[in-house]
Ligand binder design. Structure first.
Ligand code: ADP
Ligand code: ZN
Ligand code: ZN
Length: 668
């Protein structure tokens, strides 16, 4: 008979808390033979608050390890569930995550079971949308082979479905899912947070009907709980959702799918800063089931694993819906007159032609860029750090160029170090400005803008994209949100207004991001007709990621990028762990990071480098001053050990908050 329980609470302490089962609780909860209280929610008194937690341990006698004496143990107040919500498999996963990501068990469990926390604002399309009700397709030979291959675990559990945009990856996933479903097993199907969800959601619900559970961010806590029960009861066997759907408690899980594997929304921005791909790998290898990832532009990490044969690759090489890869061309902006205009004559003419043909245009802007990078207007030279090879950022206040990885700084040169030209400066573009220009140049065109600033209410993204798809607009101006796997049948032209913005991010993944963005955006064109056209405006037409993307030389890009990463000792050849210190008090964050460096040095493992402290590229966020230390080494274990010795034993000074990011994706 259980007399004591361990309860995990959503508090920033890495431990469970012990409570007593009150004598009269039998009437409140029934526990059948062979079952215990594990995984159910319980309300308890914690300090002077009532909190809800998950039961993670049951004891007849008080465990010796319990830090509190028997008479001090408080009784639990109330049991909330007749059924366990947390499974043993997921609790083990939570413990692994706590260890791997140096998070707290409470925040980890409550991240998994986030009945209530919202993930993003714009991800949801209502299911009654009139997307084309698609027929089941006759698979091509390549698709057939891939749909069988990805379920074969004789060579390993991890698979990659690699194929250009529009090559029919979804159909392969659905066919494999169907097979797994027929074996009586369940499926988790992850999609990026924005953009792709509606279409996949549609095709999945269309094909699998009631057996689908969609876990999206706009479910209310009670709706989410309802889906959770449907999954636990095996009523729903296919779970589709964004990042956190990787925690779905699917019994007899048989397959995990990660669509658009390269997408950065798979990495969590808050603690625990987990990557759904890493968690999926752990879950798949523990359960010995296949995990299949797919993309036209795999992450460089995934590409390296494919080359090492740690991931089995399956390739699709054709567009099957009547389209062809679009014609892609770069436009060198430095040779255009400096009229302050964002549109080159060529792009302007092409938009005009497209309007005359009653076809549609997407103008892609990447507003999440650093506008202040040093650039030579004559030869296109940009200043990079001599140690890190990431772009130097100009700091107006101190009038210096600074590297945000190692802290190296210098005075901006007055002449270009490469060509000695005096025509040097800093550049950038503004979105509203571009919209105004397009409106002025094409007064008769119907123009719609989609970016986070232009969206005001829930469902607005959905409305706008559907309206564009239905032909209510001629030109769509958008950010990353339009780069994801959407199909617009009447789309002819894609214009990338400035390809350089992501290129100059002070981030070692800048080239990868640029390459994948251009490739993905370009992939919107020519899906259904072979006359798609893509124009890429840039100041750096010779830069490698842009060249490779424009020529469609994917393999060459990865080969080149991997060589660069190797030379500079960046992932996948090393692993990183990032510590960010933030505080509203200007000096406090800096002082804390200096102190941290001292402690880290004392616990330093061989072959681990401590980079920094340096100011974060985004040195102020919400009035918080930010400093960072980056640990770099071959083995993630060494980095975790060092960081754990620091984080677990360290009490941050008042007013300083420490973020721990293992395998960081966002370096800003
Ligand atoms: P990807 O995910 O690789 O970018 P999609 O799965 O969106 O590509 O497929 C692109 C288009 O090709 C879709 O319109 C889809 O319906 C179509 N398609 C996929 N497989 C086939 C097939 N075997 N025969 C005809 N059309 C197909
Ligand atoms: Zn120059
Ligand atoms: Zn540097």
């Amino acid at each position: 008979m259980t007399k004591y329980i361990d309860v995990v609470l959503n508090v920033p302490l890495n431990q469970a808390f012990t409570y007593r089962i009150p004598e009269d609780s039998d009437s409140q909860i029934t526990v059948s033979d062979g079952e215990d209280y594990f995984g159910r929610r319980v309300e308890v008194r914690f300090g002077n608050r009532n909190l809800t937690g998950f039961i993670t341990g049951c004891y007849e006698n008080l465990p010796e390890s319990c830090a509190v004496s028997e008479d001090k143990i408080r009784p639990a107040k109330r049991f909330l569930d007749q059924e366990a919500l947390l499974t043993h498999e997921l609790y083990d996963l939570a413990k692994w995550m706590t260890d791997y990501y140096l998070s707290n068990i409470g925040e980890t469990v409550f991240t998994m079971m986030n009945f209530g926390k919202r993930e993003s604002e714009y991800s949801v399309f209502s299911s009654d949308d009139d997307f084309i009700a698609e027929k089941e397709k006759e698979l091509s030979d390549e698709q057939k082979a891939a749909s069988e291959g990805i379920l074969d675990v004789s060579q390993g559990y991890f698979h990659y479905l690699y194929g250009m945009t529009g090559s029919g990856k979804t159909e392969v996933f659905l066919t494999a899912a169907n097979k797994v479903l027929n074996q009586g097993k369940g499926i988790i199907y992850l999609v990026p947070e924005i953009g792709l969800t509606p279409q996949v959601q549609e095709s999945v619900t269309h094909r699998f009907g009631n057996t689908v559970a969609v876990l999206h961010s706009q479910l209310t806590p009670s709706q989410k709980l309802k889906q959770w029960h449907r999954i636990l009861n095996k009523e729903a066997r296919i779970v589709i959702g964004a990042r956190s759907a990787i925690f779905a408690p699917v019994p007899d899980l048989g397959l995990i799918i990660i669509d658009e594997e390269h997408d950065s929304s798979y990495k969590a921005g808050n603690a625990p800063r987990y990557h759904a791909r890493q968690v999926a790998m752990k879950r798949a290898s523990t359960l010995k089931i296949p995990l299949v990832m797919g993309s036209a532009t795999p992450s460089v990490e995934a590409w390296a694993s494919i080359e090492k044969k740690a991931i089995q690759v399956h390739t699709l090489t054709k567009r099957l819906a009547g389209g062809a890869m679009p014609l892609i061309k770069t436009i060198d902006l430095s040779s255009h007159s400096k009229s302050g205009s964002c549109l080159s004559k060529e792009l302007e003419n092409e938009i005009r032609h497209t309007l005359q043909e009653n076809r549609q245009t997407i103008l892609f802007l990447n507003r999440r860029g650093f506008t202040h990078f040093f650039r030579c207007n004559s030869c296109g030279y940009e200043m990079k750090c001599k140690n890190c090879s990431v772009s130097m950022t100009y700091h107006k206040a101190e009038k210096r160029l600074r590297c945000h990885y190692c802290g190296f700084s210098l005075e901006p040169p007055k002449v270009c170090p490469k060509c000695q030209s005096l025509d040097v400066g800093y550049s950038g573009f503004g979105t509203e400005f571009i919209e105004a220009e397009v409106k002025a140049k094409f007064p008769a065109a119907r123009i719609i803008r989609v970016d986070t600033d232009a969206l005001n209410h829930k469902g607005e993204l959905e409305e706008k994209l559907t309206a564009f798809k239905n032909g209510e607009y001629d030109i769509l101006l958008g950010t990353q949100m339009v780069a994801k796997g959407l199909n617009f049948p009447n789309l002819k032209l894609v214009g990338v207004v400035l390809a350089d913005t992501s290129l100059h991010l002070p981030d070692f993944r800048a080239a990868e991001k640029t390459f994948s963005l251009i490739t993905q955006v370009a992939g919107r064109a020519g899906r259904f007709f072979p006359d798609g056209k893509v124009l890429v405006q840039t100041y750096s037409p010779e830069s490698e990621p842009i060249l490779y993307a424009v020529k469609g030389e994917t393999e060459e890009f990865y080969k080149n990028e991997l060589e660069t990463r190797k030379m500079l000792s960046f992932p996948p050849y090393t692993r990183l762990l990032r510590l960010v210190f933030r505080s509203q008090i200007p000096k406090a964050a800096y002082v804390a990071s200096q102190g941290a460096k001292g402690i880290l040095k004392m616990n330093c493992c061989p072959d681990v480098q401590i980079l920094g402290p340096a100011e974060c590229p985004l040195e102020m966020v919400n009035n918080n001053h930010r400093w960072q230390i980056i640990l770099r080494g071959k083995e993630i274990r060494s980095l975790q050990k060092m960081a754990a010795a620091f984080v677990r034993g360290y009490k941050a000074p008042k007013d300083v908050y420490i973020e721990v990011d293992v395998d960081p994706v966002n370096m800003l």
